[in-house]
Design a protein around this ligand. Structure first.
Ligand code: 13P
Ligand code: SF4
Length: 337
């Protein structure tokens, strides 16, 4: 089976916004005023533009934002992230209004697998338990047993009987990390990937780590270089005790607990704003400064103002699909981090 999302998906470019600091401050004040009026909580993923992170009530990874969406008391959620994340919020909070500032925020990974492909994998492995990464559509989540995020994938897999075969989808690199972390060899992976994390290259990693001894490497498990970096950590090309596979929020927790001064960050570059703000005495180098998710960057201060002013686009999931998808998400939330 071959993944062919490149043919299915048109990737947008990243729009440059050149607002003055005064203009940014005025837009942020307008957003806070509208959020108050609309009883809205603003949730933002770690890859958001700096000014979007600054105006949000809460910034986090997929798991943290799902938990926040399940627990919030506000009647409206403005989801500054990509479509599948807002869908997850709508599934968890069916009585709330979930606004996604722009419908252009898709995800190449979530688009990779089709329902037809999933059904054919299930038919080939009828006794397998299916675990889907949260980067999937609601209709895929409705057809699987468990959902997981990069923060809890190994924990979710470990909750399944060791002798049971697992279909893991749609990210083949995360599947490799889960194999390593759980020691299981009965994981069948769908061959999908994120086009942004695939750009994070093992040669860049090796060069950075050679140039800067003592630097710790924080790699998101979606990175195209995960298996090669694992191999290099085992054969000594990379210092094993300085290589970590972490979700975006996991990176923040790791830095807090680490004594290192310098970190090579292998993920989407939007997270650097938060890292530099929360850890001003440490330094951060992106493994690939061009690893930018254009989907995440479709959300701007202007689009947040517009969504709050017009009350749309509202993200809705059909009740039958939502009820089925909710089971796999609730199983994940029960496992936790
Ligand atoms: P996290 O769950 O680590 O935030 O990752 C989400 C994502 O889309 C990574 O590309
Ligand atoms: Fe999807 Fe990749 Fe963007 Fe994450 S970085 S939202 S996986 S396209």
């Amino acid at each position: 089976m071959e993944t062919n999302f490149d043919e299915r998906y048109t990737l947008p470019g990243v729009e440059t916004i050149d607002d003055s600091p005064e203009k940014i401050a005025a837009k942020m004040a307008r957003i806070r005023e509208l959020a108050e009026r609309e009883d809205a909580v603003i949730l933002a993923h770690n890859y958001m533009r700096a000014e979007v992170q600054e105006v949000a009530d809460l910034i986090g990874d997929s798991l943290g934002l799902s938990q926040a969406a399940a627990e919030t008391e506000s009647s409206t959620i403005v989801f500054c992230g990509v479509h599948f994340m807002a869908e997850t919020a709508a599934i968890l909070s069916p009585d709330k209004r979930v606004l996604l500032p722009t419908l252009r925020g898709g995800c190449s990974l979530a688009e990779a697998i089709t329902l037809r492909e999933l059904r054919s994998m299930k038919a080939e492995h009828p006794d397998a338990v299916v675990v889907a990464y949260v980067n999937t559509s609601a209709e895929i989540k409705a057809e699987v047993d468990y959902c997981c995020t990069s923060a809890n994938a190994a924990k979710v897999v470990n909750a399944i009987d060791a002798d049971t075969e697992i279909i893991f989808l749609p990210d083949m690199y995360l599947a490799q990390v889960v194999r390593m972390q759980t020691g299981r060899d009965n994981i069948i992976a769908y061959p999908g990937y994120c086009h942004v994390h695939r750009m994070i290259d093992p040669e860049d990693v090796v060069m950075l780590m050679r140039e800067r001894p003592g630097i710790e490497l924080l790699l998101h498990p979606e990175c195209g270089c995960v298996s090669s970096c694992m191999q290099k950590a085992v054969d000594g090309t990379l210092p094993q005790d300085q290589v970590y596979f972490l979700s975006t929020e996991g990176m923040l927790r790791h830095i807090e607990a680490s004594d290192a001064q310098e970190f090579a960050v292998g993920t989407e570059v939007g997270i650097l704003h938060r890292l530099r703000k929360e850890f001003p005495d440490r330094s951060f180098v992106p493994v690939n400064p061009e690893a930018e998710c254009a989907f995440m960057k479709t959300i701007t201060l202007d689009s947040i103002i517009a969504t709050l002013e017009i009350g749309g686009p509202v993200i809705r999931v059909a009740p039958e699909t939502a009820a089925l998808a909710r089971r796999s998400i609730d199983r994940m939330l029960a496992v936790g981090r």
